[in-house]
Design a protein around this ligand. Structure first.
Ligand SMILES: NC(=O)c1ccc[n+]([C@@H]2O[C@H](COP(=O)([O-])OP(=O)(O)OC[C@H]3O[C@@H](n4cnc5c(N)ncnc54)[C@H](OP(=O)(O)O)[C@@H]3O)[C@@H](O)[C@H]2O)c1
Length: 207
């Protein structure tokens, strides 16, 4: 399978990349701090499009696309969130998902697109407003896309669960250590992801 993933230098994206590669799949990923040519800012459509075009030109259209790159702010009530911080988070977490899907869709007539969501895309929590807003948007984007895709494709919103990554450490601090690591999570998650197909179009799933 040919797999594209955003945000694969650390955390869940890195664990999935290693797992899929070990299983013999072809995986291409980008992150904001990866070495060129995979240093791509998910919130810059030109960079995302150029990277996708290059991968597709050399290797063909993907079968599976994971919009995984995202960021979080330190917890704070919305009344205290700096507007520029809110804007930057939306640029990465919402526009970044659209940009990746927008870049790959012209090349795909079959396959699966996954927007990595969160429990916070289905519930809310005080002091997590920008992040919750962004993940609810991912759910809406995926469900709308699902209603537009041909029957050979699927768009799915996937809540990965709560995992001990840099993102969780920023949100929870020391409490993050009580949650599973990406390596403990990846086998179950990858099996679920690889099992997705047109029958799952429009679903909101959780690992
Ligand atoms: N961890 C959890 O408990 C949890 C729970 C629910 C949902 N999620 C979701 O799962 C996904 C992965 O989260 P994670 O915990 O693995 O996060 P993480 O450890 O913070 O890793 C985030 C990855 O996204 C990349 N990234 C961030 N901003 C980017 C940008 N502007 N352009 C390109 N790449 C960018 C980072 O790149 P660099 O390494 O280059 O900085 C990094 O590789 C996210 O969508 C997150 O919202 C996580």
């Amino acid at each position: 399978m040919r797999i594209l993933i955003s945000g694969n230098r650390r955390g869940l994206g890195a664990a999935l990349t290693d797992y899929f590669s070990e299983q013999g799949h072809q995986v291409w990923g980008f992150s904001q701090a990866s070495a060129p040519p995979n240093r791509v800012d998910a919130s810059d459509f030109g960079q995302v499009r150029d990277w996708v075009e290059s991968v597709v030109h050399h290797y063909g259209a993907p079968d599976l696309v994971l919009a995984n790159a995202a960021t979080v702010l330190s917890p704070a009530p919305l009344a205290q969130v700096e507007p520029e911080d809110f804007s930057r988070l939306i640029d990465v977490n919402v526009k970044g998902v659209f940009y990746l899907f927008r870049a790959v869709l012209p090349h795909m007539t079959r396959g699966v697109l996954i927007g990595i969501s969160s429990g916070y895309g289905r519930t809310t929590s005080p002091r997590m407003g920008p992040y919750c807003t962004s993940k609810w948007a991912v759910e809406g984007l995926v469900k709308t896309l699902a209603s537009e895709l041909p029957k050979t494709m699927a768009a799915v919103a996937l809540d990965p669960g709560t995992l001990q990554t840099d993102m969780l450490r920023q949100a929870l601090g020391e409490g993050a250590r009580f949650f599973p690591t990406p390596d403990q999570w990846v086998d179950k998650a990858a099996r679920l992801i690889l099992g997705l197909g047109p029958a799952h179009n429009g679903q909101s799933l959780s690992v």
